[in-house]
Design a protein around this ligand. Structure first.
Ligand SMILES: *Cc1c(COP(=O)(O)O)cnc(C)c1O
Length: 379
């Protein structure tokens, strides 16, 4: 099955009760048994629920994995991966990381005796300098948030394999429409399904996808034991959203390119970060591992003025000033005061999150309206 068919049919069969084409919302906590242990595959809804199961099969299908798991949020999914580790283990991670992931690593898991190395990973070879016998996990986000750096998945996978270290990729920004990390050698793909997979800004959800039974069973054990599952209503909404992922992504890519190109020629704009530009430092890797460049675009204004950036985001009318990304509607954010406020100023400036940085999640509206809106807000 091709990707554009999988988003609709992947892992799906008509429901067994009445052959409904769309999985019903099984809003139940428990399932009747004829005799102790005599059930139809479902006994208690934390352990498994048919609506969630249909979604988990869809997740596995679109990422070319064997097993998918749905969580109550992206961070709950990341939390489940970290629970594979134990005290004394070490993790190597990108230094240009989603703020909430950084907070989870440093404010929660460091307390449990796990050590994190946050490094620039655009040069994959540098990862090896940080590997020792305690290293258990390499955590990568690509493209990164909000600087849109690209990390070479194949090279990182080769290093992880050589040292027998688990390799996880947060694929939230690219989605499997543009990039499939399991095919490129990763062990675990993670999503904030809140973003492009759900696609309509109407739910909060996380996903893990793997291609190995043993790893799937360990993660399933954690999902059930810790209990951060998604509910059946949200699973239904996510399945509905997923069916149009390929159509939405195509338009996100087109509009992303139009907006990035417009901003790049504007005299008030200093830098535009978008991996589709030939001048982007990681453009070659982006081209080799992604089939398009997505709808995320970040930029800075000349003079790097904090107040001016705030004014621009306040003046936008079609773009909504809001956290989050990946929905059909365009959103704008100011990382220094919003998503990355939990990262110390000194740390965030090192990775390029300066005061005037604005991050756009370019939606699927008409491109002329988006450009006109940016023009009036900037000028
Ligand atoms: C939003 C996001 C997360 C966290 O997901 P939630 O669903 O908000 O918990 C993790 N990684 C990236 C790249 C994100 O954009």
């Amino acid at each position: 099955m091709k990707f554009n068919t999988k988003t609709i049919h992947g892992g799906q069969k008509p429901d067994t009760a009445y052959a409904s084409v769309i999985p019903p919302i099984y809003q139940t906590s428990t399932f009747a048994q004829s005799t102790p242990g005599g059930h139809k595959g479902y006994e208690y809804a934390r352990s498994a629920n048919p609506t969630r199961h249909a979604l988990e099969n869809s997740f596995a299908s679109i990422e070319n994995g064997t097993h998918g798991l749905a969580f109550s949020s992206g961070l709950a999914a990341i939390d489940a991966v970290l629970k594979l580790l134990k005290q004394g283990d070490e993790v190597i991670s990108t230094n240009d990381l989603y703020g909430g992931t950084y907070r989870l690593f440093t404010k929660i898991y460091e307390n449990f005796g796990i050590k994190f190395h946050f490094i620039g990973m655009q040069n994959a070879v540098s990862i090896e300098d940080y590997i020792n016998e305690k290293t258990k996990l390499i955590w990568v986000e690509t493209p990164t948030n909000p600087m849109l750096n690209i990390i070479d998945i194949v090279k990182t996978a080769t290093i992880a394999n050589k040292h027998n270290v688990l390799f996880a990729v947060d694929n939230t920004f690219a989605t499997p429409y543009l990039q499939r990390p399991l095919d490129l050698g990763a062990d675990i793909v993670m999503h904030s399904a809140t973003k492009y997979l759900g696609g309509h800004s109407d739910l909060v959800m996380g996903a893990l996808i793997v291609k190995n039974r043993d790893l799937a069973e360990r993660l399933y054990f954690i999902q059930n034991a810790s209990g951060a599952i998604c509910g059946p209503q949200d699973a239904f909404l996510a399945l509905r959203g997923l069916k149009t992922l390929h159509v939405r992504m195509q338009r996100h890519c087109e509009n992303g390119m139009a907006v990035a190109t417009y901003l790049a020629q504007h005299p008030k704009i200093e830098n535009v970060y978008w991996p589709g530009f030939k001048s982007h430092p990681n453009h070659a890797i982006a081209t080799s591992q992604m089939s398009g460049f997505g709808g995320m675009v970040s930029f800075t204004t000349r003079g790097n003025n904090f107040d001016e950036a705030i004014k621009i985001v306040e003046n936008l009318k079609v773009f909504t000033l809001a956290e989050s990304l990946g929905g059909v509607e365009s959103l704008a954010g100011h990382p220094a005061s919003m998503t990355h406020a939990s990262i110390p100023k000194e740390e965030r400036e090192k990775i390029g999150v300066v005061d005037s940085l604005i991050r756009l999640s370019v939606g699927i509206e008409d491109e002329a309206d988006l450009i006109a809106d940016l023009k009036q807000a900037i000028e």
